[in-house]
Design a binder for this molecule. Structure first.
Ligand code: NDP
Ligand code: HSE
Length: 431
């Protein structure tokens, strides 16, 4: 059996675990693939940081490594756009298969990579790019390819879920929870990508593209992170029986004229505590899919960390290596639907709004008028405190985002409203 020769780009949190699994499971992997998997090169920037890796295979010349004709599969777990993009293009153009965990690269340059893979007949696999160990790419790309997906909603960033869970459960500070998530290897090299929602937006773009057979890039995804979520908002959510989660939501819309469009967005939401996604804590992820024939499906598991992510990488590696051994290749890009991207302004949503108000006759009527004038229906209103310390909490029914945003602007301008203190979208309970 001729070995399948692997070039590994990166040996950090994920790469080190890929190497460990390749070593400890060598015999089983050989039998599953039908040939041994041999790591012939590992590219890093600072070889001195890797005393456990055989110096004979360590290199800093990643460009030369991906160009080597004897490297059959390139596994990319280095992250970032440059130089990863050019390295993977070089590998794909010469027919080497690629396994990558790099969601940022796929969300920005997926079509370019697919085209290079198509031209040479190489495989491009990326299960680890979304939701760590959870098999979600393969189910959407293959298992559900005969169905019509209408919505994908998920917790797809482990770092932010870890932070929100810690703030909720123990009252831990945002900064302390972020430090811990970084120490545990969940966070990106620059954790801004996690906390500001860029990482989840890249994953939303990948999920929306695959689910709706169209092209959605990271720039098409509306994005808000969790850095502005306060301990007070978490307490307020608990008071109305909700949890705050950072959700990626990808939806298919059908207009009155029958034209279809898609929306992809990432932002914090209040979810009823009884919703299955509200119970997903720590660095765990979950993705909820609604499909026409299949109905509702939920995928749940560890969403970040070296070992869980390496599991997904290894799964892809076995597949592409087996394809090399027995022939054949995995799925290509499926983007024939070419759907328009819906603006966030038109997306129907529900708002939670709390405001400090003057506790006097007629205030409630003025507040209610602001909602009515924008065509926004109120679901619940609650007053807490009184006199100088009165707070009104309003939860709306569904309305276009633009109408809700305009309502908040009108409320802020009312003399009777001292301050709009908190605004958050509510989902998962469409009563
Ligand atoms: P790390 O920062 O831990 O490791 C990155 C590795 O890549 C290091 O070995 C680094 O070498 C090497 N590297 C970085 N840039 C270069 C370069 N220009 N040339 C050569 N080597 C380079 O990252 P992670 O392992 O956490 O993440 C890797 C990828 O996996 C990212 O795309 C990330 O988004 C993705 N991912 C990560 C998950 C996680 O939980 N950590 C989960 C899912 C996906 P050196 O140390 O010498 O700089
Ligand atoms: N930084 C990412 C997260 C890693 O926290 O989810 C997994 O993609």
């Amino acid at each position: 059996m001729t070995a399948i020769r692997i070039g590994l780009l990166g040996a950090g949190v994920v790469g080190s675990q890929v190497l460990r699994l390749l070593q400890t499971q060598a015999a089983e992997l050989t039998s599953r693939v039908g040939a041994p998997l041999e790591v012939v090169a590992v590219a890093v920037r600072n070889p001195e940081k890797y005393p456990d890796i055989d110096p004979a295979i360590l290199t800093t010349d990643s460009a030369a490594m991906v160009a080597r004709e004897d490297v059959d599969v390139v596994v990319e777990v280095m992250g970032g756009i440059d130089p990863a993009k050019d390295l993977l293009l070089t590998a794909l153009e010469r027919g080497a298969s690629v396994v990558t965990a790099n969601k940022a690269l796929l969300a920005d340059h997926g079509p370019l990579l697919y085209a290079a893979a198509d031209a040479s007949g190489a495989d491009l696999y990326f299960e680890a790019a979304v939701a760590g160990a959870i098999p979600i790419i393969r189910p959407i790309r293959e298992s559900l390819s005969g169905d019509r997906i209408s919505r994908v909603m998920g917790i797809v960033n482990g770092t932010t879920n870890f932070i929100l869970s810690a703030m909720d459960a123990t009252g831990e500070s945002y900064d302390k929870a972020l430090k811990e998530a970084t120490r545990l290897g969940y966070a990106e090299a620059d954790p801004t990508a996690d906390v500001e929602g860029y990482d989840a937006a890249a994953k939303a773009a990948i999920l929306a593209s695959l689910a709706f057979h169209t092209r959605v890039s990271a720039a098409d995804v509306y994005r808000e992170g969790i850095s502005a979520v306060s301990a007070e908002q978490i307490a307020a959510a608990n008071e109305i029986g909700c949890k705050i989660k950072l959700l990626a939501i990808c939806e298919r819309f059908i207009g009155e004229d029958g034209a279809e469009s898609v929306s992809a967005r990432v932002h914090p939401v209040m979810l009823p505590a009884t919703h299955p996604l509200a119970k997903v804590d720590g660095a765990y992820n979950a993705v909820y899919i609604e499909a026409e024939a299949a109905g509702e499906l939920m995928f749940y598991g560890p969403g970040a960390g070296g070992s869980p992510t390496a599991s997904a990488v290894l799964g892809d590696l076995v597949t592409v290596a087996r394809n090399k051994v027995v022939g054949g290749r995995g799925p290509r890009e499926s983007a024939d639907a070419q759907l328009a991207i819906e603006s966030i302004d038109a997306v129907p949503t529900r708002y939670y709004i709390s405001m400090d108000v003057l506790d006097r006759v007629g205030v409630l009527a003025q507040v209610a008028t602001c909602f009515a004038e924008q065509g926004v229906s109120i679901s619940t209103v609650r007053q807490q405190g009184h006199s100088d310390d009165a707070t009104l909490v309003v939860v709306t029914h569904g309305a276009p985002e633009s109408a809700l945003a305009a309502t908040v602007g009108r409320l802020d301008a009312l003399d009777a409203v001292r301050k709009v203190t908190s605004v958050m979208r509510v989902t998962g309970d469409e009563r």
